[in-house]
Unconditional design. Structure first.
Length: 368
């Protein structure tokens, strides 16, 4: 039989969907999120579909990393060159590593890099675009549609500030992606005429803690920026679309986040949440702990009570192995579920022999 326990925890918590205040930015389509939790800290028109120019390449890069082998050498074909727009000046017949193409894609915004990656990973741009759209839906970027891997204008190629924040948040789970986008410069491993890439994203130089991710511009999309920065173990992701004051607005968004929010632990992996009774075991009680950490960004004024609901069976029977899922912990704010994690056994409990159990029962009865 399942039991449910409500615990009132006297620690801070936050309105899950508090979208902040009007920051008087020049841009009209923007968002700021905290990366670990995905909490939206401030937004304006963040679900409006707009062209996103070369911020498209965030998706191209993460697929190159996930689907390809970075050390693999790729032959450049005729279809990969003379794409138009920004370029790393690939030449037909050239051989270059996928890693070099990925750095050229993200640091120099090479449209030829994007096409070469697409053709290598999927055999054609068309097939790669299918992969891009599939991944977008998996991530939850439901208002995004790709028609190419580089972001040159197409009326059916669009995203939203919110979706781009989701895509960037997903990509940051990959260490190689993080390594690429935080690099200020990169030298190509193979000898070639254009062998040194400097990152176009000024956030890395201009903003304290800046660590990515991608700029974009076309005449139709205007200036588009996905920027990130980390301070005190908290990473913020700012997105602004069609914004002539793109960098300053992104910096203002992140300033707002760092000045008003801090990242707090709600519970930690292996932290005792509750105990469960054990039948026929060498121990009578088993501690249950979360499978994952849970951190959340909060303002000082948001230190309200939160409710944690713990759901487990009333008893379990030995033997029990460490890590066995035996319940769940749910975090609620104002009646809204904002987090659910598995509760697992903290350690093994072996089954006690019949005779030892009989002896313990007899001893207990005598002492009563």
């Amino acid at each position: 039989m399942k039991k449910s326990i409500l615990l009132l925890v006297l620690i801070m918590f936050i309105p899950c969907l508090s979208y902040g205040e009007d920051l008087n930015l020049d841009g009209q389509n923007y968002i700021l999120i905290e990366e670990k939790s995905g909490r939206v800290l401030v937004e304006k028109n963040s679900n409006v579909k707009l062209p996103m120019a070369s911020t498209t390449k965030i998706m191209t890069a993460i697929l190159a990393i996930e689907q390809g082998v970075m050390d693999e050498e790729i032959k450049i074909f005729k279809n990969d060159v003379n794409v138009g727009g920004s370029s790393i000046y690939l030449k037909e017949g050239e051989r270059i590593k996928l890693e070099d193409l990925t750095y050229g894609l993200m640091l120099r915004s090479g449209n030829d890099s994007a096409v070469a990656i697409a053709n290598h990973i999927s055999g054609s741009e068309e097939e790669f675009v299918k992969l891009m759209n599939k991944k977008a839906k998996e991530i939850g970027a439901i208002n995004t549609h790709f028609t190419n891997p580089h972001g040159l204008h197409d009326d059916n190629h669009y995203s939203t500030a919110y979706d781009l924040a989701l895509i960037a948040r997903y990509a940051f789970n990959n260490e190689k992606f993080e390594e690429v986008v935080k690099s200020k410069s990169y030298r190509v491993k193979n000898e070639r005429e254009y062998d040194y890439f400097v990152n176009k994203n000024k956030t890395l130089w201009d903003y304290n803690g800046g660590d990515g991710v991608k700029i974009g511009y076309t005449s139709d999309a205007g200036r588009c920026l996905v920027a990130s920065a980390s301070r005190n173990n908290m990473r913020l992701i700012a997105v602004t679309l069609k914004d002539y004051n793109w960098f300053n607005d992104a910096y203002s968004l992140m300033d707002y986040g760092f000045e008003n929010y801090s990242l707090y632990p709600i519970y930690l992996k292996d932290q005792l949440i509750t105990q469960i009774s054990v039948l026929k075991g060498k121990k009578d009680k088993l501690p249950l702990v979360p499978k994952n950490d849970f951190f959340y960004p909060m303002q000082d004024g948001e230190k309200n009570n939160i409710k944690i609901s713990v759901r487990t069976d009333e008893t379990v029977e030995a033997p029990i192995l460490k890590g066995t899922e035996l319940g769940s912990v749910e975090v609620y704010l104002n009646g809204q579920l904002i987090r659910k994690d598995k509760l697992i056994a903290k350690y093994d409990i072996l089954k006690e022999s019949f005779f030892k159990r009989l002896f313990k029962q007899h001893f207990k009865e005598e002492n009563n």
